[in-house]
Design a protein around this ligand. Structure first.
Ligand code: NDP
Length: 252
């Protein structure tokens, strides 16, 4: 049987990096994308290869739909040249940015940036890559706990994540005939660079979240990489169209 190949957007840091490393640990080869931090992405590739899997890092602006056809062509060539394959198995739509802006202050430009990266980009990236996905493959999209609970300043971001959850159900429905599973993971607050690293670096914020979390601490990237890689694993063949919150029990 062919080795499995995953494509993880935003694999240079945070949750995407952890997902890439968990997959590599299980013997899955990983194509990861980064936006601007090439060195971090190359370092993740080195770690993937240190775990005995193959890794490749490609630059991508996940919010620029005009580039997606060329990106898909690049993936097609890469699959042929490196793997002698026509398709890959797992797609993780993870790349994203944090933007805190109350409804009374958010600008149209900020809204458009969030929309392009978090919703429009995910839909059209998936569309561009679907012809390159193997039947029986798996998609995991990344949402947020903020679709279930509400924190001031996160309205636009959370609403777009909500849209991703609906989109995921429709992906599961439309791709079911191809045997492709689609699920959405909704992480709680995780200690990454996201949103300026506030959850990790602001001790007060960190303690407040920990106090509201059943497991008594803030999440770490490893907490999410394990969940996403488990959903992608071949052992999961009957969970599809589901929102799975991975928040350690935040605001239960
Ligand atoms: P990080 O800031 O740690 O990493 C973001 C990743 O996305 C990096 O790989 C970055 O690339 C990439 N990226 C950023 N902007 C773009 C863009 N325009 N085009 C392509 N790639 C881009 O964030 P997290 O790992 O924390 O977040 C990952 C996902 O998880 C996001 O979708 C986020 O919304 C979601 N999430 C995060 C939570 C948290 O508390 N951290 C909670 C819930 C959901 P580069 O390194 O090159 O900049």
């Amino acid at each position: 049987m062919n080795k499995k190949i995953a494509l993880v957007t935003g694999g240079s840091r945070g949750l995407g990096k952890s997902t890439a490393l968990h997959l590599a640990q299980k013997g899955v080869d990983v194509i990861l994308t980064y936006h601007s931090r090439k060195e971090e992405a190359e370092a993740v590739v080195a770690e993937i290869e240190g775990r005995g899997a193959r890794g490749v890092a490609l630059q991508l602006d996940a919010g620029d739909c005009s580039r997606f056809a060329a990106f898909a062509a690049q993936i097609q060539t890469l699959l042929h040249d490196r793997w002698q394959r026509k398709n890959f198995d797992y797609l993780v739509n993870n790349a994203g940015i944090g933007l805190n802006a109350p409804i009374g202050e958010i600008t149209e430009a900020q809204f458009d940036q969030l929309m392009n990266i978090h919703f429009k980009g995910v839909l059209f990236m998936t569309q561009a890559l679907l012809p390159l996905m193997a039947d029986g493959g798996r998609i995991v999209n990344v949402s947020s706990g903020l679709t279930r609970f509400s924190l001031p300043g996160m309205a636009a971001y959370a609403a777009m994540k909500g849209a991703i959850e609906v989109l995921t159900r429709y992906l599961a429905k439309e791709l079911g005939p191809r045997g492709i599973l689609a699920n959405v993971v909704a992480p709680g607050a995780i200690e990454t660079d996201f949103g300026g690293g506030r959850v990790r670096d602001n001790a007060e914020v960190n303690a407040q979240i920990a106090a509201q979390t059943a497991l008594g601490r803030v999440g770490l990237p490893e907490d999410i990489g394990g969940v996403i890689s488990a959903l992608l694993a071949e052992e999961n063949r009957w969970i599809t169209g589901q929102r799975i919150e991975a928040s350690g029990g935040m605001f239960l």
